[in-house]
Every structure is written in C-alpha cells, then in structure tokens.
Write a protein that binds this ligand. Structure first.
Ligand SMILES: NC(=O)C1=CN([C@@H]2O[C@H](COP(=O)(O)OP(=O)(O)OC[C@H]3O[C@@H](n4cnc5c(N)ncnc54)[C@H](OP(=O)(O)O)[C@@H]3O)[C@@H](O)[C@H]2O)C=CC1
Ligand SMILES: N[C@@H](CC(=O)OP(=O)(O)O)C(=O)O
Length: 338
C-alpha cells in the first residue's frame, strides 16, 4: 500500500478524492488537509458532505491538517484539489521535498516538464517525470487536464487514425465545475451563462499538449487548431460538448473506430471497461442518464453525423477531475515511478 493524502479535502473535488480513495486497493488514505479554518478537527466534524455517493465513515476520525509540507511527511503521494493560487507554489515545494503530486489544479499543467496526462490518450508523456528528476527534483508533479478538455481529448483520441486540422467545440458545463460556492442559484436558475473565465483558452492550449508527441525530453504540441466556446448550464454534474472536426471519412468508418477504441491497460483499478462509449439512440448522450457510465469514468459519444459532427459527455468531477488524477496515480504506480 502507498500512503497518500488529499490536499483541499473538504472541497467539491477534494470530497470526490476522498470518495475514490477511502477503500482503494493500492492507496492508504491517511492525510487530509484543508485551510487553517478546518485544520485541527476530525474530518467527520468539518466536512459538509455534498456528494451523491455515501459518505465513507472510515475517514471520519482523520484529523485535518493545515496544507504544509511538514504535515505530509508520512505521504509518498498526494492528490491536490487546492485553489490554483495556493497550488502554484505549494505543489512545487511538495514535489521538491520528495513527494509525488497528482494535481487537479491548473497551476502547472502547461509547464514544459510537467506531464498533462490522460492514461488512455498519452501515457508516454509520463516520461517527463524523468526530466523533472534529471534536474534534481526528488518527487514529481503530474497533472490532469481541465474537465471539459478531458472530455474533448478522449472523444478525439479514436479519431487519431484519420487526418484532421480543425476542431471546433461548444460546451454545456455543469455548475459543480465552479465548486460549492462557485455559481449562485440566482445566476444559473432559468439561465445559461456564456462565459467561464479562461476555460476557452485552456481547452485550446491543453488539448494540443495532450495530443502532442513526446520525444523523451519535450512535448511538441499537435498541429491541429482548437476553437472553443464555453457555457454554464443548470446541470449539477456532467459536461456536454458539441464538436465539429474536419474528418472526411464516412460516418460508418468513424463509428467503427469508436466501437473498436480500446484502453491500452487492463490492470488499473479505476479504469472503466470502456473509456469512450458510442451511444446509438438519437437523443443521447444526456448528463442525467449517462454521466455515471463506467463509475463516472466513461466518456459517452453520440449523434455522429457527417461533417464530422458529434456530441460527447463526461462526469466533470470524476473523469474530469478527481477520477482523472487517481487513474493517473494508478498508471504512475504501474510504471514503477513510486
Ligand atoms: N479538472 C478540472 O477541470 C477541475 C479542476 N478543479 C480544480 O480543483 C481545485 C479545487 O476546486 P474545488 O474543489 O471546486 O474548490 P472548493 O472551493 O470547493 O475547495 C477548495 C479546497 O481548498 C481548501 N483551501 C482553500 N483555501 C486554502 C488555503 N489557503 N490553504 C489550504 N487549503 C485551502 C479548502 O479548505 P476549507 O474547506 O478549509 O476552506 C477546500 O478544501 C481548483 O484548483 C479547481 O480549479 C475543479 C473542478 C474541475
Ligand atoms: N472551469 C471548470 C472547472 C475548473 O476548475 O477547471 P480548471 O481546473 O481548469 O481551472 C468548470 O468550471 O467547469
């Protein structure tokens, strides 16, 4: 068992980490951190559990610590659900102190020597851990992408066998992406908000890093362009995206590559049977009906039409956040980086 901690364990993503790690077969969850406001009290007393999954009683007595390097001395690996402004310097300090960091925060995603990984799409980019170690870092930072970007990159991955240059995407993003305090009811009820700060820029830059090529020392971004328009909609969980991509092959060929898309792994505990699932009914995918496929780790794709046009959907706080980080950590362990 590998000793792990969750940074920012009381928040929306932190709670998802706790849910996924409380009974994990490889990870022993022993440290939970939060802000000074919550530190010093048992997790069961400070957490306001708001997930649609049962609260795991076995973590109740863990005393929440402040988020400092000293409080992580017994951890081999930590999962970060910290606000980005806190994550920026703290994750660096933690990795430099010899601890592995699997981060969900945006702060280091575009750093040249930090892998931005989706296991089924670019597992080879984990080689950037060696680049970090070659410059003397004892631990590492590995990041997972932005939640909408994960849905897009997984939906594009099967299309890599075709040529394309131009990807356009419009998102319909759930309110849980903004955190517990993120979007007020008055803003979102009976409404659509056509702005999510820097989300479009992240989708455009992160997608080409993820789908770029790694030569053992650096990542060269993919050569296609991405143009994104992002919108907040009154859905609790599940980001839906409409995608246009200039693939010329017939729809029947495209459906075949989706149906045949296989994960390159079979031994990771959180890996779903299908990373991408093709749905036939003309009115799917839908967030309420499809976000929990594969325990929230499957991206559903449907409405494939010539052009090429399609719709994809993924659970934003599981596949798009905490689940993405945990799957990355499982891959890191299976590759013996820990
Ligand atoms: N992959 C993705 O796209 C997604 C990424 N995220 C990212 O995950 C991170 C967490 O988001 P979310 O869970 O929604 O945020 P929340 O606001 O719900 O939770 C924040 C957590 O951080 C703790 N915290 C706040 N300030 C400090 C501080 N100064 N020092 C230490 N801990 C602190 C809070 O503790 P306390 O309760 O004590 O205040 C809480 O545990 C963010 O970086 C966010 O951008 C989020 C959604 C999806
Ligand atoms: N911006 C995302 C959530 C998020 O925090 O993304 P990021 O980790 O890329 O900042 C959303 O609102 O749905």
């Amino acid at each position: 068992m590998i000793n792990v901690g969750v940074l920012g364990a009381t928040g929306a993503v932190g709670q998802r980490f706790v849910q996924l790690l409380a009974d994990h077969p490889w990870f022993n969850l022993q440290t939970l951190t939060a802000s000074e406001r919550s530190a010093g009290k048992p997790y069961g007393k400070v957490v306001n559990w708001r997930l649609d999954a049962p609260y795991p009683d076995n973590v109740s007595d863990i005393v929440v610590t402040p988020t400092t390097v000293e409080s992580l001395k017994d951890c081999d690996l930590v999962f970060s659900a910290l606000p980005p402004e806190v994550a920026a310097s703290l994750e660096t300090e933690i990795a430099d102190a010899g601890i592995g960091v699997c981060s969900n925060a945006r702060s280091h995603r575009m750093d040249a020597d930090v892998p931005l990984v989706i296991p089924e799409v670019n597992p080879d980019h984990l080689g950037l851990i060696d680049v970090q170690r070659d410059r003397g870092r004892e631990g590492f930072i590995v990041t997972n992408p932005n939640c909408s970007t994960i849905v897009l990159a997984l939906a594009l991955a099967p299309l890599r066998s075709f040529e394309f240059h131009d990807v356009r995407v419009a998102t319909m993003q759930a309110i849980s992406g903004g955190g517990f305090a993120g979007v007020s009811a008055m803003d979102i009820y009976d409404n659509v908000v056509p702005y999510i700060g820097s989300e479009e820029e992240k989708m455009e830059s992160e997608t080409v890093k993820i789908m770029g090529s790694f030569d053992g020392s650096e990542v060269t971004p993919a050569s296609f362009g991405v143009s994104a328009s992002c919108h907040r909609v009154p859905v609790i969980d599940g980001h839906t995206i409409a995608v246009w991509v200039d693939v010329k092959e017939p729809v029947a060929e495209v459906k075949k590559v989706y149906a045949n898309f296989k994960s390159p792994f079979s031994n990771l505990p959180l890996q779903p049977e299908k990373a991408v699932e093709l749905l036939d009914p003309p009115d799917r995918p839908q967030p309420r009906l499809d976000r929990n496929r594969g325990r929230g780790m499957t991206v559903s794709v449907g409405r494939i039409r010539e052009g090429l046009r399609f719709v994809a959907l993924g659970h934003n706080t599981i596949r798009g956040a905490a689940g993405a980080s945990v799957l990355n950590a499982e891959l890191i362990c299976s590759r013996k980086y820990l």
